[in-house]
Design a binder for this molecule. Sequence first.
Ligand SMILES: NC(=O)c1ccc[n+]([C@@H]2O[C@H](COP(=O)([O-])OP(=O)(O)OC[C@H]3O[C@@H](n4cnc5c(N)ncnc54)[C@H](OP(=O)(O)O)[C@@H]3O)[C@@H](O)[C@H]2O)c1
Length: 307
Amino acid sequence: MTEQRTRTLAPEVEIPYLGFGTYLIADGEAADAVSEAIRAGYRHIDTAEVYQNEAGVGSGIRRALASEGLTRRDLFVTTKLWPGNAAWGQTPKTTETTITSLHESLERMGLDYVDLYLIHAPFDRAQRLAQWRGLVELQKQKRARAIGVSNFSQAHIEELKAAGLPLPAANQIELHPWSQKPQLVEYLAKNGIVPIAYSSLVPLSTWRSAPGHDSAKTVEMKAESSRADSPFKALAAKYGVTEAQVLLRWGIQKGYPVLPKSTNPERVRKNADLFSFTIDAGDMAKIAEMDRGDGVAWSVGDPTKAA
Ligand SMILES: NC(=O)c1ccc[n+]([C@@H]2O[C@H](COP(=O)([O-])OP(=O)(O)OC[C@H]3O[C@@H](n4cnc5c(N)ncnc54)[C@H](OP(=O)(O)O)[C@@H]3O)[C@@H](O)[C@H]2O)c1
C-alpha cells in the first residue's frame, strides 16, 4: 500500500507532508528557488508577510504552474499575518488591518487565495482575538481555505476557545528531536489541531550557517552535531540517507508536515525523498529520549503562558 502523502487539515483541505520553507530566501531569489522546488516535486510552499519574499514566491509558483502543466489546486500555499508587536515599536493589527494584510499578500503573490493563513506569533494580548476574528472572516471570504496560528501555546489557544471562536486548523511550531514539545503536541491532538514542524534541521551543523542567519543559541549545538559520533550520523548511515532526511522523516512519522528550506539544488532534491524509507520503532523510541525542551529558532516568550 502506498503511504499517505497528505494529511487532512480541514474539511476538504489536505496538507502535503512535504513543504518547502522560504525564510531567508531573498525576494530576488525566491522565484527561481520556488519554481525549482515545485519541479523537484514539492507541492506545498510556506512563506510569510515578514519574509518580504511573497512577490518572488508568487512569481515562482506561476512560472512552475505553466512549465509543469499544473493547476493552482495542485499546490498548497501558506502565508502568515505579521501581527505587529508593540514591544518592538510596531502597531498591532486589528481585525480590519488583518483582513487588508491578506489581500495585500495575495496581490503581491498574484494569487486569488491561500490554502492556509496563519497568525505568525501571539504577540499582542489586546489584539490577538481581533486578529483571529479577521482570519475567520477571511476564510468566509474564501481568501484562505484553512486558517491557523503559529508559535501559539496551549494557553493562547485556550483564549480563542474561551471567546467561543472556531479553533485553528494548525499550529506551526519548532519541532525536531531536540524540541519535541510533548505536552503541546498532545493538547493539539486532543483538539484536532495539526502541528506543522518548522526548523526541522536545527540538529545539523549546517543549519543556517550563512553569516547573520544563525541564532546565538545554536553555536554549541553545532559543535555537537559535527561530532563523528552524532546519533543522526549513525541513523543516516543505517538507513543509507542523509542526516537531513532522517530528521524530516522523523517529523512525517510523527504526523507533522515539514518545511525544509534550502537554496542548494542537490539538498532540495534529497530533502524531498522522504517516502523511500521508514525509521523503525526502536529508533523512533530512541529519538523520543532526545528531547531537550524549548526550541532555538526564535523565542516568543514562555510557551506555557499567554503573555
Ligand atoms: N512560523 C515560524 O515562526 C517559522 C520559524 C522558522 C521557520 N519557519 C518556516 O519553516 C521553514 C524551515 O525552517 P528553517 O528555515 O528555520 O530551517 P530548516 O529548513 O530546518 O533548515 C534550513 C537550513 O539548513 C540547511 N540545509 C537544508 N537542507 C540541508 C541538507 N540536506 N543538508 C545540510 N543542510 C541543509 C539550509 O542551508 P542551504 O539553504 O544552504 O541548503 C539552511 O541553512 C522556514 O523556511 C519557514 O518557511 C517558520
